[in-house]
Design a protein. Sequence first.
Length: 215
Amino acid sequence: MLRRGDSDNSDKRDVEVTEASSASEETPEQVGKGRPTPKRRDAEAKKRGPVAPAPLTAKEARARRKATRGSKADRKIEAAERRASSADRRARMLAGEDKYLLPRDKGPVRAYVRDFIDARRNLLGLFMPMALILIMVTFALPGLSTIVTLAMFVMMLFMVGEGVWLGRMINNRVAERFPDSTDGGFKLGWYAFVRATQIRKLRAPKPRVGPGDAI
């Protein structure tokens, strides 16, 4: 015969067994949280909100692009900011700031080569003006084309000779000043050659030294 207290204890044990069974069936992700951990892409999608459907017509696509472009005043401000940023980067590049230079111009070795070339008066610097003058003479006086061709050939021989001599000298100077540098050989000589053939005012980065300055 069961007493009232025994009945209450039996009910409590049944409830405890049921709760323990339910807890054992929960996944590790549900324990402590009460809900599964959401996946990262689901959480990011929830933050972004619903994705707009793709436009069905060309007119709808144009309207959507126009809406996302902003007002005309905003576009003018953005364009002005882009121009100012581009001008600032170019000015810094021309000034020789290493961060803004092209990969071919970066590094102390290339800066030294530019200074070395800019501090000298090279015959190679006369190539472009002389070539332009000879071409103009050829058009103006066709009868002198043979002499002009010979003059250009002689000028090219001088250029090749000075270019070879300049490349060797540059490599020797760099090897002395930067013994641990791997930048050298034909590529460095060609870099010096191209710099020397350019008109001084058109060189980029701009010269930091004047002709005859010690470096």
